[in-house]
Design a protein around this ligand. Sequence first.
Ligand SMILES: Cc1cc2nc3c(=O)[nH]c(=O)nc-3n(C[C@H](O)[C@H](O)[C@H](O)COP(=O)(O)O)c2cc1C
Length: 369
Amino acid sequence: MGSILFSPLKLRGLELPNRIMVSPMGQYSANEGSAGTWHMVHLGTMSVSGAGLLVIEATAVNPEGRLSPRDLGLWSDANEAALAPILDFCRKEGGARLGLQLWHSGRKGSVAVAWERQLAIPKERGGWTPLGASAIPYPNRTTPRALDADGMRRVTQDYVAATRRADRLGIELLELHSAHGYLLHNFLSPLTNQRDDRYGGSRENRMRFPLEVFKAIRDAWPEHKPLGVRISAVDWVEGGWEIDDSIAYASALKALGCDYVTASSGGAVPEQNIKPVPGYQVPFAESIRRATGICTVAVGLITEARQAEEILAGGKADLVALGRRMLYNPRWPWHAAVELGEEFYYPKQYERSHPSMQGGDFLRPARNM
Ligand SMILES: Cc1cc2nc3c(=O)[nH]c(=O)nc-3n(C[C@H](O)[C@H](O)[C@H](O)COP(=O)(O)O)c2cc1C
């Protein structure tokens, strides 16, 4: 019998050829939000990696929704035009279906890029006043402005405009980022939401804005295309967002037409107490899947083919997302296929690298996806 890892998965009208997702990973390599040659190489490489789904990094819906001035965005015609040839390459040469993560950085915004320690940057160096659910700063960062009703309307419109751009670009799946201490998580978590209007207080109120944004995107996104959500399943802090909250949120999302939830965690506050061990977030994906019946994506220190297979076979998740392991070894799916005895897609230029071909046998080793 074949593996589950290399079996297809259908989400609405999109059939993924296997259950391996390249987790969205910010590259801090855009100019004014526009992708460039780094993205061509990076996304091009990931698209021929053998993964069934490539989710493009957190992509800001407006300039102040970036974390650093070098983040990718999709708010302008220039941003859209810059991504087009890269996606053309991925479609023509790659086997991965193409997704993109929509994002607003919220209160964490206006910092230097990751490798410059993400310190707050002043306006003279391209910084801005970030937005949050409440005017509570992330330690050592600029104090955010609490979004008012008008601001919420504008941000929602920006999500919708970016959704339309993604559709025009031929993106096949969207993921709404509501994790890691960014804008929508600012609303969800009681640690960062101290509002006294209908967007703060009870869990239902704190979920209201993220759900409104989700609904606006779902309404603008073609019916046949899947829309998922990344969540921080827990804050890892006492008094923060807990797994029961995530189950309630996933149920509400499912009722609005959400196709999957990726169970990540943390990011709201630096005091979080996380002990990352292999597969440390898998139990969150499993709890959410069992409680709500929604498809889940497991992510976080999934590095081995058999580990991934066991997660899927155990009914803990429907997909596995790999981040750092794909950067370390962008041919991970090829190696996993060999380990699990699967036939597999290789780009034709590289097919003679398959272990079965090293004795001079020029037969094709793999079916094309
Ligand atoms: C360089 C880098 C950039 C990342 N950028 C994003 C991002 O844009 N959006 C997101 O949701 N997670 C982001 N993450 C988190 C990963 O998607 C993933 O959840 C995390 O690294 C844990 O999975 P792993 O152990 O397989 O790396 C990033 C991680 C890394 C290492």
